[in-house]
Write a protein that binds this ligand. Sequence first.
Ligand SMILES: Nc1nc2c(ncn2[C@@H]2O[C@H](COP(=O)(O)OP(=O)(O)OP(=O)(O)O)[C@@H](O)[C@H]2O)c(=O)[nH]1
Ligand SMILES: [Mg+2]
Length: 368
Amino acid sequence: MFNTSVYEKTSRVFSSNVRLSKRFLVAILSAICIAVIYIALLSPSSRGWESQCTDNRWTTTNPAEMEAAFLVPSQFTFLNLNTLNATTHPKERREHILILTPLKNASPYLGRHFELLDRLSYPKELISIAFLVSDTTDDTVQMLKEYADIFLNRPNHADRFHRIQVFEKDFHYELPEDKRHTYALQPLRRSVMARSRNYLLNTALNEEHSWVLWLDVDIVDYPETVLEDLMSVNVDVVVPNCLLKREDGQFWGYDKNNWQETEESLALQKDLDPDFVFLEGYWEFVTHRLLLIDMPTHLGKFAKFPLDGVGGTFTLVKAQVHREGANFPAYPFQHQMETEGFAKMAKAMGFGVYGLPGYMVYHTTNSS
Ligand SMILES: Nc1nc2c(ncn2[C@@H]2O[C@H](COP(=O)(O)OP(=O)(O)OP(=O)(O)O)[C@@H](O)[C@H]2O)c(=O)[nH]1
Ligand SMILES: [Mg+2]
């Protein structure tokens, strides 16, 4: 016989068990939700730290170290930028210079590059060096770490550079070595170089720097006093004459991106599409500009000529020029891109751009 009271009792116990396990389930689900929300909103990776860190080979991925690195206390800073100048007394006034070099597969040149930097007569404690390495397949980054280790840890403090930084940013731009100087590919190549230079500049320039030197890694000779010499010219942007030392001992003009507009070159530009990019040193299109390498060299080292375009092999810039916004256009600006576009931009902003045909620096020979 069916016992109703037992049934009722059992069903009461059963339903209270169901209520209990429902509560348990709700509790578990809530705990899971809270954990998920914590992970999604509060964990380090959600604050963009992981992506920032993994961007950089040298940065730890250990969460505790990341916390320590990024959880710095909030800060207040007051800086009087009015006193930050680039003057003709750079050593006395302790003016810092930032030497910037974009790099790609540069390991064969790094030894000589650091040897020349080491020889500079400008005080090392006023020199910061920064590299931007892109799309590299050789051991450039490893070598830079080793050089940085040497030059930052020398026993004598006066022999140590102030700072060495290496940044890596890939643009996935691959071009066969034999096509690098092909005319039709130059706007694309120059646009990638412009982006590299802008990344480097925007990452490395800080409130210490009065001067910026753009220096290609394959410049193989220049005078020890080059920084003081170029600073003494006291103009916003200045370039020496970059020649190529040939194996037979002769010298040829190398950096054709240092130039002055002429009446003919300006007339030519009037009828062209604004997006047409002028390139120097190509028979495919004659620009009629006056190149620094063709200017008189017998007037002395410091005879200066106004320029409208510069290259990046060896270019000294008062940091103020970059700070005020002149950078490297990755698009056609007044028919120019990258370093030549930078010169055009600096001129448009009212800065002075000059070249010294009698002051020589030398590019490596193994160039097309
Ligand atoms: N970041 C970056 N640097 C590059 C790239 N290509 C060249 N570089 C670096 O930019 C500087 C100038 O490049 P070069 O290849 O010497 O250019 P160039 O002097 O016009 O050409 P060469 O006659 O072959 O020397 C050097 O320091 C190179 O290592 C690139 O795609 N990305
Ligand atoms: Mg070169």
